[in-house]
Write a protein that binds this ligand. Structure first.
Ligand code: FES
Ligand SMILES: [Fe+2]
Length: 318
């Protein structure tokens, strides 16, 4: 289950997609999941497969805080417990549970732990700018025909910014880039992932922003604006082998009028589309072992990710 993506907390999709009273079917790393809200509104996630005869639970309905299978109307609680088996009042319901995943709703997103355990061995870590009150936030969800590992490396890759994004975010860097300019990539391990820096020609004042990596699949870009907060959170959610859900959440402490959100989303979508074209063209689809591609010094961050990918997420193929 969740091969190559097991035992991690991951964002799955925007929480606003999950309405009370209706199940939401979502694919995560090749597994079909169904989310629904219990009687108190708390979100739960089950494998989208009834333990009775394998039917998709997402075809059923939410009733009294339970998800009811469309076939024989067994009912399940968000934690997987079987609450009702019609025509079988004597059924041993404690044996008839559905498979549930630890689930959280935080920062406008739905998260799950990718293992069917009662309790995740560690708690979810969410960047504080996803939850801090007083910030304006924009939410964008896009689907790319790419493997999530290629999308994630793209997000951690600073050296492409002045070139691929020369008309957008890269235009601030281009004017002082010389043919013999040199970039130094810093990677500092943290409890949640890493802090990255990218300094051109030794001048840190020209660093247009610094990146953080939140394992397994989030990049946070902090754009330095004096006395303000401006951050982009880019989440690369594996859907299927060659399909990644890109969730982009912007957070800002200025121009907080909701009226301006479409402008910020328009800009984020434009930048993401620049990345999309190259990420979707990458071959092989999934990142290969480092020795299979040629790399240089400024590939430090993507090589660090690749090490984590093969050592932790896919140890069997390392
Ligand atoms: S298949 Fe779901 S209740 Fe029978
Ligand atoms: Fe990019």
């Amino acid at each position: 289950m969740f091969e190559g993506f097991a035992n991690v907390w991951t964002p799955v999709t925007l929480a606003r997609r999950l309405k009370a009273g209706a199940p939401l079917a979502v694919t995560l790393a090749g597994e079909k999941l169904v989310f629904f809200r219990g009687a108190d509104g708390t979100a739960g996630a089950l494998l989208d497969r009834c333990p009775h005869r394998g039917v998709a639970l997402s075809l059923g309905k939410v009733k009294d805080g339970c998800l009811e299978c469309p076939f024989h109307a067994w009912q399940f609680e968000p934690g997987g417990a079987c609450a009702h088996v019609p025509l079988n009042p004597d059924a041993k319901r404690e044996r008839l549970f559905a498979t549930a995943l630890p689930t959280r709703e935080a920062g406008g997103l739905l998260w799950v732990y990718t293992a069917p355990v009662k309790q995740a061995p560690h708690e979810l870590v969410v960047p504080e700018t996803l939850t801090r009150p007083g910030l304006a936030r924009t939410y964008l969800e896009l689907e790319w025909n790419a493997h999530w590992s290629r999308a994630m490396e793209n997000m951690l890759d600073s050296p492409h910014v002045p070139f691929l994004h020369e008309k957008t975010i890269g235009r601030f860097v281009r004017p002082y880039l010389k043919r013999d300019s040199s970039m130094e990539i810093g990677w500092e391990d943290t409890s949640y992932g890493a802090k990255l820096s990218s300094i051109i020609d030794g001048d840190s004042s020209r660093d247009a922003g610094f990146l953080e990596f939140y394992r397994p699949n989030m990049m946070v870009l902090t754009i330095p604006i004096p006395k303000q907060t401006f951050r982009m959170h880019s989440l690369c959610v594996p859907a299927e082998q060659n399909r990644v859900r890109m969730v982009i959440v912007g957070a800002r402490s200025f121009a907080t009028l909701g009226l301006l959100n479409p402008f910020f989303n328009w800009s984020n979508r434009r930048i993401a589309n620049e990345d999309r074209a190259v990420v979707e063209s990458s071959f092989p689809v999934e990142v290969p072992p480092a020795a299979d591609e040629r790399s240089v010094r400024t590939d430090k961050a993507t090589l660090q990710f690749r090490r984590y990918y093969f050592e932790t997420l896919k140890p069997s193929t390392a």
